[in-house]
Design a protein around this ligand. Structure first.
Ligand code: NAD
Length: 542
């Protein structure tokens, strides 16, 4: 606004509802789940504000009941991608010129919609399509996404108010322009909130966007577009295209106006995208911004001074919630030998009490993994562990894909700290534990640091303050989100800005000012009230 400094609504973390028996939210989400389960959704592309039904469709099947079909999504051709880019570029100037408080109003309204009238639908779509329990859906599709939109508005305000000093006779200012071109947002299946944040964070900063969701998340992706349209997002600002990732990407990354990549997903795909951008670098009008949050091999390290129950519970939740399909999920643990019996007894009791099944039965803690390929890969690791002498399956190990892609929460115990499941990202409910000699705790921290290429999340458990201090320093680069006496999952927007370095990404911290800064290109403006009228300086006088 050019007639006021606006005070934007105070952002807050959306309260998470309990869905306990007897609550109205429980009734409503179950009713919505059943309605959506028994109807047929058509997910179009969205180009220039309009849904596009291409007729080239694929079914949407719940991972926990893969014979059931809840709808179809339409796939884009390369021509559709070109149309989407044209629409984005056509919308660009008007969107960039819109006063920022007008832009963010749309996303603040969208936050109110998903936490209000759309709450049950956002949750039900995420439960059906991504097999999340109601609690996992609520903290993701509603709470975290609303937090992203409300706090990003506040972060933008902070950026815009960051202004330079002015010497006497001069008026300096900084203008925070969006990038000159369009941003490509590529999102993973595992968080509806990330799918919502990646296209909207650049858009809030005035950019236009091509968004390619994961084909395993199309139902909730469609909900996001419905909400944004209802909130008043103008045509062309975010264009959603889905289908063959490689074909879509080929068109996008060859375009001269490609100005930025906002990616979350596996490391291999990110490296492929970065290489392609590198190969095309002489085609672009500007140097594209590249932001990517990728894989992890997240650790829990226990010192002998820690409480075994706290460690076991952190492992139960950290490794197995959402079937270990969080980038932050605990997947390797280092336990002192003297404490293992105690930790294992509690872990066993907890894991064996976990019920597995469909997410509309609220007593289930574990549901299905996302796809058949993920199921097969995880089952392969389990079968290999049965044969490998350096590993023993001490909990779980069962799997069954007759109805849904179900893998039991599984614990491997290995004598080899470099066993492949201590190193590679599995992205499923498999935790590998290595036991170390209590007096070798410092050496065990070296192992934590050196074993995997990733650096996303990690947790240490200890009561001894000198040990906490030592481990915190020793593991400085092992995790971008580091937890002391807490599980390594569950980061909250504006409380633990999320992201990691090494092979885990560019660590631009989603849902923070640091991320939004990547989507702007500042212009420094100097105005001189008293321009010089001669080139000669006083020192040059006779
Ligand atoms: P994925 O790599 O399979 O897919 C991610 C996205 O990349 C999808 O949109 C997919 O369609 C697209 N893609 C795949 N191949 C492509 C290609 N050749 N060209 C262009 N795009 C392509 O990942 P996923 O299974 O959806 O998600 C799980 C991964 O995401 C895990 O590795 C996890 O650690 C990571 N992740 C990281 C974070 C983080 O913040 N660091 C958060 C969530 C997920």
């Amino acid at each position: 606004m050019d007639k006021a400094y606006v005070k934007i609504p105070q952002p807050y973390n959306e309260p998470v509802l309990s869905y306990a028996p007897g609550t109205p939210e429980r009734e409503e989400v179950l009713k919505t789940y059943r309605e959506m389960w028994n109807s047929h959704v058509e997910v179009p592309l969205y180009i220039d504000g309009e849904p596009v039904y291409t007729g080239d469709t694929k079914p949407i099947r719940p991972p926990h009941d893969h014979r059931h079909v809840v709808g179809v999504y339409h796939r884009a051709s390369q021509d559709h991608v070109r149309q989407a880019i044209d629409a984005a570029l056509k919308a660009r100037q008007q969107w960039a010129d819109l006063p920022w408080e007008q832009r963010i109003s749309i996303f603040l309204k969208a936050a109110d919609l998903i936490s209000g009238p759309y709450r049950a639908k956002m949750n039900a779509a995420t439960m059906i399509n991504q097999s999340k329990t109601i609690h996992q859906a609520e903290i993701d599709a509603v709470a975290e996404l609303a937090d992203f939109w409300r706090f990003n508005a506040e972060y933008l305000r902070r950026i815009y108010t960051e202004q330079p000093d002015s010497a006497k006779g001069v008026f300096n200012r900084m203008e925070y322009r969006p990038l000159e071109g369009f941003v490509y947002a590529v999102t993973p299946f595992n968080f509806t909130s990330i799918a919502g944040n990646l296209p909207t964070a650049p858009a809030m900063a005035g950019n236009v966007v091509i968004w390619k969701p994961s084909v395993s998340q199309m139902y909730s992706a469609n909900m996001i577009m419905e909400v944004l349209r209802e909130a008043g997002l103008p045509p062309g600002v975010i264009n959603m295209v889905s289908g063959n990732a490689q074909k879509i990407t080929e068109v996008v990354l060859a375009h001269p106006d490609f100005a930025g990549l906002h990616y979350t997903g596996s490391t291999a795909v990110f490296q492929y995208l970065w290489k392609t951008i590198g190969q095309n670098i002489d085609k672009y009008k500007s140097y594209p911004r590249i932001v990517g949050e990728t894989g992890g091999k997240d650790f829990v390290w226990m010192h002998a001074s820690a409480d075994p129950r706290e460690v076991a519970t952190a492992l139960s939740r950290g490794a197995f919630e959402y079937q270990g399909q969080k980038c932050s999920a605990a997947s390797r643990a280092y336990i002192p030998k003297s404490k293992w019996d105690e930790v294992f007894a509690i872990l066993k009791e907890q894991v064996e009490s976990m019920k597995m099944g469909a997410p509309d039965d609220f007593s289930n803690f574990i549901t299905a993994v996302i796809s058949e390929s993920s199921f097969n890969k995880l089952a392969g690791y389990i079968e290999k562990a049965k044969r490998d002498p350096e590993v023993e399956i001490v909990l779980g190990g069962g799997y069954d894909k007759s109805k849904g892609y179900f893998i039991e929460p599984t614990v491997f115990l290995t004598t080899d700290p470099y066993y492949e499941t201590m190193v590679e990202e599995l992205f499923g409910p498999i935790l590998t534990v290595y036991l170390y000699d209590d007096d070798q705790w410092k050496e065990s921290l070296d192992l934590v640091d050196n074993t995997s290429p990733y650096g996303l999340t990690g947790a240490i458990f200890a009561k001894d303050r000198y040990v906490i201090d030592y481990a915190t320093k020793r593991l400085e680069n092992a995790a971008g989100n580091f937890y002391i006496n807490d599980k390594p999952t569950g980061a909250i927007v504006n409380q633990q800005p999320f992201g990691g370095a090494r092979a885990s990404g560019t660590n631009d911290k989603a849902g923070s000012m640091w991320n939004l800064i990547r989507w702007i290109s500042p212009r420094a403006i100097k105005e001189n009230f008293n321009p010089p009228k001669d080139y000669r300086y006083p020192y040059m006088g006779e």
